[in-house]
Design a protein around this ligand. Sequence first.
Ligand code: HEM
Length: 93
Amino acid sequence: MRQRGCAEREHVDARLRAAPQLHELPLGVAHVHGPSFDSVAHRYADVDGARSQLARKIVEGGVGVWGPVPMPANTQISSDQAVALADWILSLR
Ligand code: HEM
């Protein structure tokens, strides 16, 4: 997972390990350079299309929503994995 570049150090969220459907994902996700996933979940709680919007962002990366620091593209993540990650992140509120 660390090789995948999605997580660094601590902040590994026990909820990810507790989510059986996500076990095959190469993640144990920390997001030390970006917004906490709880914050993301709150921000998009009432946003239509948040699932696909975030899934695309997870794969393509981007900048400017939370601040000036860019999120790099995560091209090693499949679109199915990205959708599963978006679902998981959105569930964290
Ligand atoms: C699989 C790994 C990752 C996932 C699932 C993920 C997920 C997310 C999500 C859902 C957002 C919110 C996007 C939005 O509001 O439009 C975000 C933003 C961000 N992420 Fe990640 N991320 C990952 C990897 C990384 C990495 C490796 C870095 C930096 C080394 C990073 C840095 C950031 C930053 C700086 C933002 C804010 C971007 C902005 O303001 O638009 N992320 N990430």
